[in-house]
Design a protein around this ligand. Sequence first.
Ligand SMILES: *Cc1c(COP(=O)(O)O)cnc(C)c1O
Length: 493
Amino acid sequence: MNYISTRGGTTAKDNLHSADAIKQGLAHDGGLFMPETIPTVTMDEIVALSRESYPARAAAILGKFLDDYPADELCAYCEAAYADARFPGGAAPLHKLNDTVHVMELWHGPTCAFKDMALQIMPKLLSGALRITGEERTALILVATSGDTGKAALEGYRDIDQVKIMVYYPVDGVSKMQKLQMATQEGGNVRVCAIRGNFDDAQTGVKKIFSDPAAADALNEKGIFLSSANSINWGRLVPQVAYYFSAYCDLLASGEIKAGEEINVSVPTGNFGNIFAGYIAKQMGLPVKRFLCASNKNNILTDFLATGVYDRNRDFYTTMSPSMDILISSNLERLLYLKTGTAETAAYMQSLSKCGRYEITPEAKASIDADFTGYFCDEENTVRVIRETFENAQYLIDTHTAVGLSAAQQYIAETGDTTKMIVDSTASPYKFASNVLRSLTGNAPADEFEALEELSRVTGTEIPAPLASLKTKTVRFTEIIDPAEMLAKTLAD
Ligand SMILES: *Cc1c(COP(=O)(O)O)cnc(C)c1O
């Protein structure tokens, strides 16, 4: 299977396979890699998968896209990545909230956010890619994070051969728990550094290093090349396609739906990676009627889906769901490519970079409307949804999941549609314990570990072991630098 750029600069003639796309991360024309054609899955295959374990389901889906990897190797990767020891509560279990809504819990991995679903396996895919492409240099994974990606990438890439990882995070732009998770990271090949500034400053600094030919030369002399772990990398997205099939399999297995029946899906969205993975599943043949794109107060996607105008010239808000505080949703480019082709996509992206805005054609908008509806949930309603869900259903959700559940509730109230609805739950409530506790009780202790314990006491639920154990871990990384020092820091090793 050949991979091509969403902006048309790389075509099937270039003969790039999935290993190249995963190693390279971003196409040379600045576009994102996509498979030239989307493979299909039949309903018979889905029914057969419903009798399989999560790792077997994931290996089947991965194999459709990564056909340059040996099939038995993909199976071994999935068995190791999604083993019970890594995901003690199961990889993507469903929780039935009511007759319509089923919550898919994607946060049982080592860092308690859904990023683990991809980042537990992506390092194995990269190691495989280095071998398949005969690469002898070391990959340096450079990450700018607003919290969850950094920790999940550190945990995934730690002590992987021929790989190093460097993570930058904004010193005041992540939660206390997220900061502690990163500062205590173990592993011989990891570095973590805080920068003075916000997430955009960190992101801009990293992008500058990626596009600096002198930096590439300096690293190359040391036998190092740069690679990325963000959802612009196809290796991040393809493992996420699998859990949409898995959710459908679970609904089949429990008799909630019949083979072929449609479902709806609601996704708390930031970079548009998770929801786009769901859309790929639909393209492959999964019967999904509608995707609800759920945003917090940073509702640029809600506006885009309603009007066809994407305009980042607006205020940026810091919210209780920080992993969705984002104004440029990179993976939307992949949807535009599928709906409009390379030429239109390249023009939209150029307009976005020049004026921070683009407007899609009425035809493109109609085509997107057929699959997606946007909703948003402000801070007040996030609090309300967390409280009501616990009071009415004794089910504890985090701030991001609350945004997704709110979208599902708004849609159901508007349409009366009783089609089974999957709501993606993207983080453990304990990862955002003070805000969750404050939503339930009106206040929270200043100390984050006290908040964990209080939340456990009030709700009778258990603190996830990876968060509880942070209290006794040694802090290894305390350095704070200016964005201007990032290049020198990256090159020094
Ligand atoms: C990253 C993240 C999101 C947003 O996912 P995208 O793929 O960027 O849309 C939502 N919730 C949590 C908890 C996250 O960490």
